[in-house]
Design a protein around this ligand. Structure first.
Ligand code: GDD
Ligand code: MN
Length: 357
């Protein structure tokens, strides 16, 4: 085994006995043909019932550049990939599938671009000029594009690449070292670029054609979709913030209604509704939305949050009051419209004044 490989290739496998021998041979000759000789190939197999690991074990005895990691007690694509990256000895790691959907002839090209450009991530992309997919119908293409669109909307770091859901990419090992990544679901590239990256990564996209699977079956299931949505939510501060805000509106109206019944004062109801929702929003944003980067004392954050809510609080109360006094609108309905207006004011102020989008 080369003591200092230039590149580690990580291949996760589950029931790929029909593909793996041919893939390893073809990958090896592609790399050698392009002058890349110091490599290691790490196959991470989850004890496949079809004996994929046995084939790899045998090949690793004949070629010490091939390594097998056979996991008995763990399962899952993302965790397999992370395990492979951990074990990798080279400064760059190439991740690819075992089923020929990621053409092995592309491997040397991706690796060379990573070296030459000193990139943090090189993504083989289906969605950049020159890239594409083979044999997908319109529906399958639409689902894939829609999934990418969701990532773009929810997680802004995903916009670094045209194909954040690609499973074929090179990553600089130093970009992953020491990070606490959550190996959830299938979309490990998304996790690597979006989960608190240590620096803004230099990402390069390279077009490729995603081929049909050579033999065997995909391991994707309907669970994968739910898993993907939960993964996005977990990475998406803005979505969490919106969900908290939505429930905060219900708290606001519920408390207002209660106070109006008890005190007969809609002014008091409005103000107490607003204040309670500020506090409940604060609590959920603090323990959920922003829990990973809390700074300072909790009371200081609570005060700061009150400050930043002042504009929308005044908007809600004023809208409610005006609509009720001049148009005779039900105060609860006025408060609801006020909440929507408050949201708009908050968004406009944030986008135009604070972040200047
Ligand atoms: N160790 C391990 N454990 N490997 C797994 C597991 C698992 O639980 N599930 C799948 N694999 C392996 C497969 O054997 C294959 O080599 C690779 O991971 C991809 O699995 P497929 O089932 O073929 O996935 P796909 O073709 O539907 O999706 C692939 O392409 C997409 C588009 O680039 C994956 O690479 C996706 O991540 C990618 O988004
Ligand atoms: Mn596949």
């Amino acid at each position: 085994m080369p003591r200092n490989p230039q590149i580690s290739v990580v291949i996760p496998t589950y029931n790929e006995a029909e593909n793996i021998a041919e893939l390893l041979a073809s990958l090896r000759s592609s790399l050698e043909k392009e002058g890349i000789k110091d490599f290691e190939i790490i196959v991470v197999d989850d004890n496949s019932p079809d004996g994929t690991w046995r084939i790899v074990e045998k090949m690793s005895k004949e070629d010490d550049r091939i390594r097998l990691i056979r996991r008995i007690n763990e399962k899952g694509l993302a965790s397999a990939v992370l395990r492979g990256i951990e074990e990798a000895r080279a400064p760059y790691v190439l991740i690819m599938d075992a089923d020929f959907q990621h053409p092995p002839e592309m491997a040397p090209k991706l690796v060379k671009i990573a070296f030459e450009k000193n990139a943090d991530v090189v993504v083989a992309s289906r969605y950049v000029r020159g890239g594409g997919v083979e044999g997908w119908n319109k529906l399958r293409l639409f689902i894939s594009r829609f999934a990418t669109f969701l990532a773009y909307a929810a997680v802004k770091e995903s916009r670094y690449t045209t194909d954040p859901l690609s499973g074929f990419f090179v990553v600089k090992k130093a970009f992953v070292n020491g990070r606490k990544l959550k190996p959830r679901g299938y979309k490990i590239l998304l996790e690597i670029i979006a989960r608190d990256p240590p620096w803004k990564p230099r990402v390069i996209d390279v077009p490729y054609i995603f081929r049909n699977r050579k033999r065997g079956k995909s391991k994707l299931s309907t669970n994968t979709i739910i898993d993907y949505l939960l993964h996005l939510l977990d990475l998406s501060t803005i979505t969490k913030f919106a969900i908290v805000g939505f429930f905060g509106s219900l708290v606001n109206l519920g408390v207002m209604d209660l106070v109006m019944r008890l005190s007969n004062s809609y002014d008091l109801g409005s103000v107490m509704g607003i204040e309670t929702s500020i506090i409940s929003n604060f609590i959920f944003n603090d323990i959920w939305t922003f829990k990973k980067n809390l700074k300072g004392k909790v009371l200081a954050r609570l005060a700061g949050y009150h400050g930043s809510s002042l504009g929308s609080a005044v908007t809600i109360y004023t809208t409610m009051k005006l609509l009720h006094v001049f148009l005779g609108l039900n105060p609860l309905l006025g408060q609801l419209i006020g909440i929507l207006a408050g949201f708009a004011v908050n968004y406009l102020l944030s986008s135009r004044v604070i972040w200047r989008w």
